[in-house]
Design a binder for this molecule. Structure first.
Ligand SMILES: Nc1ncnc2c1ncn2[C@@H]1O[C@H](COP(=O)(O)OP(=O)(O)OP(=O)(O)O)[C@@H](O)[C@H]1O
Length: 328
């Protein structure tokens, strides 16, 4: 129902956000933010875009929602050509972007009601939908507070509520749960599930949060440097690194490098301060745990954890260009 083929988007050199210094150099190349993206999102699915900072996710989403014109490629949503008719996206998609500045001056109730009115609801219907959605998300008590006086998580939830008013068949959520507490997160996923079950709503979700991605997504496209480097169910992707485990060792102070087994481990470890992360076959991990917990090294160890692979490990196994997915 949502088909994307050969999508390309360049930003001119010199207007780059993250690479400003190199882009200012004379002759700097334009940024190829999306570099030939193909996607097929099915009706009723919760489809994720996962990738590190600067991978090109927001650029892709802005094109998919008709806000940014691609340099090349095609986008069709529910039979509509969104490259030729980007204005049609607003009738098909409820979009929650990363920023809420447009709604910040309004109260929670007015933000929801106004969104409903802008989407063509009659005044009475907009008010009724507003009340229902605020109640569903537990926002009734703060309905009369302006968004700019709320905490980051509350503001995010209020914007999510507004995006739900005036039902659209597709929801695009760009990191919807950032800053939310667990109660608010659960309310978001319950609201998404309900719409999918009752109306077959399709959801495109941009996320950095690996745990959330693994629990809520039906399928996920891993994006790196403007390309889709893998696309499958979370379980399908994780099967690629089956048999590997992640071992984290946290040293109290300095690692005991006088011990040869520890020096050998350092070669394979990714280090971040006192933490060493190793990705190892299961039996090798067991042997390493046995040696660091039984021997002299144990006294120097503050903590250790063994974990099954996550989508982060999949990203690294696929040759991802960054050290990981986690937002800096
Ligand atoms: N308006 C812009 N002008 C110039 N370059 C841009 C612009 N927006 C993004 N870029 C560049 O395009 C690339 C992709 O950025 P994009 O924001 O799409 O990534 P992202 O995956 O959404 O990152 P994040 O997770 O940080 O939001 C980056 O190199 C970025 O610096």
């Amino acid at each position: 129902m949502w088909t994307v083929r050969g999508l390309v988007k360049h930003y001119p050199a010199g207007r780059t956000r993250l690479r400003r210094r190199s882009a200012d150099a004379p002759g700097a190349a334009p940024v190829r933010a999306n570099d030939g993206i193909d996607l097929d999102v099915r009706r009723g699915e919760i489809f994720g875009l996962l990738g590190p900072n600067g991978a090109g996710k927001s650029t892709l989403v802005r094109q998919l929602t008709g806000l940014l014109r691609p340099d090349a490629g095609s986008i069709t949503l529910l039979g509509h050509d969104l490259v030729a008719h980007p204005e049609r996206a607003a009738r098909l998609i409820g979009y929650l972007g990363q920023e809420s500045t447009a709604l910040d001056e309004l109260t929670v109730a007015l933000a929801a009601e106004t969104t409903g009115r802008l989407r063509g609801l009659a005044p009475g219907t907009a008010r009724a939908e507003r009340d229902a959605v605020l109640d569903e998300l537990g926002l009734t008590d703060i309905a009369q507070r302006p968004l700019k006086r709320l905490s980051g998580g509350q503001r995010r939830l209020a914007c999510f509520a507004a995006a739900l008013v005036g039902e659209r068949p597709v929801l695009v959520l760009d990191e919807p749960t950032t800053g939310m507490d667990p109660v608010a997160r659960r309310a978001v996923w319950a609201a998404v599930d309900r719409r999918r079950a009752e109306r077959g709503t399709t959801v495109l979700l941009v996320t950095h949060n690996v745990i959330e991605a693994e629990t809520v997504l039906d399928r996920v496209a891993v994006i790196d440097r403007g390309k889709v480097i893998a696309c499958d169910t979370p379980a399908g992707l994780k099967a690629m690194v089956d048999g590997e485990v992640r071992l984290d060792l946290v040293w109290r102070d300095e690692p005991p490098l006088e011990l040869p087994e520890i020096t050998a481990l350092r070669e394979q470890a990714e280090t971040a301060g006192r933490r060493w992360t190793l990705r190892l076959p299961q039996d090798r991990a067991r042997a390493v745990v046995a040696s660091v917990t039984a021997g002299e090294a144990f006294a120097a160890l503050d903590d250790f954890t063994l974990a099954t692979p996550s989508l982060e490990d999949v990203y690294l196994a696929l040759g991802g260009s960054q050290k990981g997915l986690v937002k800096a």
